[in-house]
Write a new protein. Sequence first.
Length: 322
Amino acid sequence: MKKLALTLILAMATSLSFSQTDSTATQQLAVKQDTVLHRITKTDGGKLIGIILKQDSREILLLTKDKREIYIPQHIIEKIEELSTSDFNNKGVFVGEDKFATRYFLTTNGLPIKKGDHYVQWNLFGPDFQFGVGKNLGIGVMTTWLGIPLIASIKKSWQLGDKTQFALGALVGTASWAAPDVGGFLPFGTISIGDRKKNLALSGGYGAVWSEGSIDGRGLSSIAGMVKISNKISLILDSFILLPGKTTTSTSEILVENQTTGIYEPRTVTEENRKRGFALIIPGIRWHKTENTAVQFGFTGIMADGEVLPAPIPTVQWYRTL
């Protein structure tokens, strides 16, 4: 009886051992078959891309693209991000998201500033601060170095599809201390297709300016887009189109000297007021100095009366996260 019991115990132990070995082998096989790429950001700013082979509370074993296995201590890891094929270009080089993908040169798109993300856009004429204050909600303030004008902005975004966004927003401002009774208001809507690596946006709005009790307004539109072609470079195209306004006429009487009699006689004069349209077209390049800073250069063309004239001064802007 004792021999039988001992035999059964040995058989069960052997079976359990084989079961554990098979389970371990299966797990190891699953790890080896995992091809999900991750980007690991270290506390010193260094970044590594590869497949996580093993992870525990103490360290991570990473298989890099050049087939090196690197152990990374958990205490020096700041962030782990899962990557997809869209994070790489056709040559397999990591591209990643454009940190400032919601902006072009002048206009915006349907993509929201992420909650908690803030940045400043420095222009030659002054700063533009933008803050992600809520889910798909951003507010901002822009001005010149003289504080004239002072403009506040707000934008609310909605995700319509996997890569389709819609946003409503407005800008409102005054000439501040120089002329507090002069101001403007620009409500707008924009729809965009794409993501934070490449997108295309179509926007429209109505800009109105008030002064001394009178209001004058005009329709506005824009077509803009961007594409990040490498980890350091994004190509930008922006436009600002002021649509033609309604042509008006006015009459007035002036005194004109009669060359025969020498007497000044009243004469009715009709004046035509044509509100011509024009457009700014700004192609340019954005250079990402670091993940949180960038500088962009644009070359502005002015289209008016069927002619395109280059602006003598290039558009230069600097971005920095806050």
